[in-house]
Design a protein around this ligand. Structure first.
Ligand SMILES: CC(C)(COP(=O)(O)OP(=O)(O)OC[C@H]1O[C@@H](n2cnc3c(N)ncnc32)[C@H](O)[C@@H]1OP(=O)(O)O)[C@@H](O)C(=O)NCCC(=O)NCCS
Length: 197
């Protein structure tokens, strides 16, 4: 399965022009090394300014190496999607069912977590994140889930705006450990059937 989304028709302040087509496809075992690189780069771009270098490096070393990515790509309770432009990966998303669902996440029936969604800074705000999120919503629906939930850093206004735009509501908080730091991250959730999906 792969999906296409139009980018490049960006308008208004802060909008970036971009190439015409973003293609989103499921991750493949052969993506492990590329995802390790892309993950490290997007994580640094997103949190480098706000995180002590040793905490950032430790998190990246643990999570964004080829074996860790290969394990995520092959885990039956997870799903990885890759966004590409011109055959070049520019973003990825990771869905998971393994984490305990935090208190406050509404809905009857199973809930799936959006564990990660990252787009390279240079490609942001041209629809790639939306295309990845839509692929995740379709996959979560296919797995019979009723709710998609996630945690986000409370100072990540870009991401919080993105999630708000896609119908997520704040339903609680959850601790996130990054090296020596512990953040009380907002928990956001939305119904899988809600519009804008
Ligand atoms: C959050 C993220 C995945 C969104 O992807 P994207 O490709 O930029 O998003 P889209 O172009 O599909 O959607 C654009 C919407 O996202 C939000 N957004 C994206 N970039 C933004 C920015 N620089 N400032 C404010 N809002 C922004 C807005 O709601 C925007 O809608 P608008 O342009 O009408 O205001 C992307 O910004 C990203 O990778 N951020 C860094 C990593 C991250 O924070 N991941 C989430 C961790 S919880």
């Amino acid at each position: 399965m792969s999906t296409r989304a139009k980018g490049g028709n960006a308008r208004g302040p802060g909008r970036r022009p971009g190439p015409a087509i973003t293609r989103v496809r499921p991750g493949r075992p052969t993506d492990a090394a590329a995802l390790a690189q892309l993950g490290a780069r997007t994580f640094r771009e997103s949190y480098g300014e706000h995180t002590p270098a040793e905490d950032l490096d430790a998190y990246i070393a643990e999570n964004y190496n080829a074996p860790a990515q290969a394990a995520e790509l092959s885990a039956p309770d997870r799903a990885v999607f890759v966004a590409e432009r011109g055959g070049v990966p520019i973003g990825f998303a990771l869905l998971g069912e393994g984490e305990p669902v935090p208190a406050g996440v509404p809905g009857q029936g199973p809930a799936v977590q959006l564990e990660r969604i990252y787009v390279l800074q240079a490609a942001q705000r041209t629809g790639a994140g939306t295309a990845l999120l839509r692929a995740c919503l379709r996959e979560a629906r296919r797995r019979g889930a009723h709710t998609l939930w996630l945690t986000a850093w409370s100072e990540n206004h870009k991401a919080l705006s993105f999630y708000r735009r896609h119908g997520f509501l704040r339903v609680g908080t959850h601790p996130f450990r990054l090296g020596s730091l512990v953040f009380l991250d907002p928990v956001l959730a939305r119904s899988i059937e809600a519009p804008n999906g």
